[in-house]
Write a new protein. Structure first.
Length: 88
């Protein structure tokens, strides 16, 4: 799977949450999620959405503010999980 696929899938999840909250904001790979209107509950929704979308459980050690800063940081964490073999 190409990194662009990961990024597009994460962006779609972010945009769905924004739309659900009636937030009119464009999400870019480097947009800070809090800056475009994400709350802590949105972060939980995003985490669960990522787990469902990519069919794996995010390790507790990876659920950090740094990994959930932007689509890019989230993508990097997911790619690392797949490359390290932690994801079947």
């Amino acid at each position: 799977m190409k990194n662009a696929d990961f990024q597009n899938r994460i962006l779609a999840l972010v945009e769905a949450i924004l739309e659900q909250n009636s937030i009119i904001s464009k999400a870019y790979p480097d947009s800070r999620l809090v800056d475009i209107g994400f709350t802590s509950m949105d972060m939980v929704s995003l985490m669960l959405g990522v787990e469902a979308e990519f069919n794996f459980t995010i390790p507790q050690s990876e659920i950090t503010p740094e990994n959930f800063q932007s689509v890019e940081t989230l993508e990097l964490m997911i790619v690392n999980q797949f490359q390290s073999g932690r994801v079947p």
